[in-house]
Design a protein around this ligand. Structure first.
Ligand SMILES: [Zn+2]
Length: 76
């Protein structure tokens, strides 16, 4: 695990998202979950209208409350 204390929040989130996407390349379960997440987010953004430039924070929120914890703390 790399700790990059100099990073601003946005860069940390982008780095985390990259790791998630790398993992999803090898993990069909997470790839499916990310695909569903993307569709959910785009429909949410459609409902809200414009205003968000990035889906990264939404993706990370969903991962923190979902697959990430399941894999580390309580693998099925
Ligand atoms: Zn996975």
């Amino acid at each position: 695990m790399i700790h990059a204390s100099g990073y601003v929040d946005g860069e940390l989130e982008i780095d985390a998202a990259r790791r998630v996407y790398d993992h999803a390349h090898m993990c069909p379960k997470c790839r499916q979950m990310l695909d569903l997440l993307r569709r959910t987010i785009s429909s949410l953004r459609g409902l809200r209208g414009s205003g968000r430039a990035s889906v990264v924070p939404d993706v990370l929120d969903a991962l923190r409350s979902g697959d990430g914890q399941r894999e580390t703390d309580n693998p099925l």
